[in-house]
Design a protein around this ligand. Structure first.
Ligand SMILES: [Zn+2]
Length: 167
């Protein structure tokens, strides 16, 4: 059984991966896929840079996990992600047959693990993913709100410069 400490350690690693997204100007979300306490996949959000609407952190981690195991079924794996997954990523988790999802911040706009809709807990699903929510939730959510605050400030500064004829 995974301990709470263990979950927090992997979530810290997922937060480091989220930094890479930030450095690339993407919404900072990171994901790491773990099997038997070993990383089999990891990724960060990069749809803008990749020109790919599916390039979410979770999808990248699941794809790499499949490559690592040479199997499209990732039985027994746990996916750690800093933000509650969207509908697409929750669907991919069902297809991948991972055992467990651990996420940090809830996403009330697009979360598909219960916030907006509950894909993973839906009774019609042929595969059940165990969900642990809210691991390092405050750190994960302040990481995201920092990003959006910075972005708003950048947009505001740009508008101010444009208004004063500097641009
Ligand atoms: Zn997603």
């Amino acid at each position: 059984m995974m301990s709470r400490d263990n979950d927090e350690n992997w979530m810290r690693y997922a937060l480091q991966l989220a930094e890479r997204a930030d450095e690339e100007g993407e919404i900072p979300v990171g994901a790491v896929l773990v099997l038997d306490n070993r990383i089999i996949g990891e990724g960060w959000n990069r749809p803008i840079g990749r020109h790919d609407p599916t390039a979410h952190a979770e999808i990248a981690a699941l794809r790499q996990g499949g490559e690592t195991l040479q199997n499209y079924r990732l039985l027994g794996a746990t996916l750690y992600v800093t933000l509650e997954p969207c509908i697409m990523c929750a669907g991919a988790m069902v297809h991948s047959r991972i055992s467990r999802l651990v996420y940090g911040a809830s996403d009330f706009k697009t979360g598909a693990a219960g916030s907006l809709i509950d894909i993973l807990g839906h009774p019609a699903m042929n595969h059940k993913v165990e969900v642990t929510a809210g691991v390092l939730a405050e750190t994960c959510s302040s990481r995201l709100s920092d990003f959006f605050r910075r972005r708003r400030e950048e947009i505001k500064a740009k508008k101010t410069r444009a208004a004063s004829g500097e641009l």
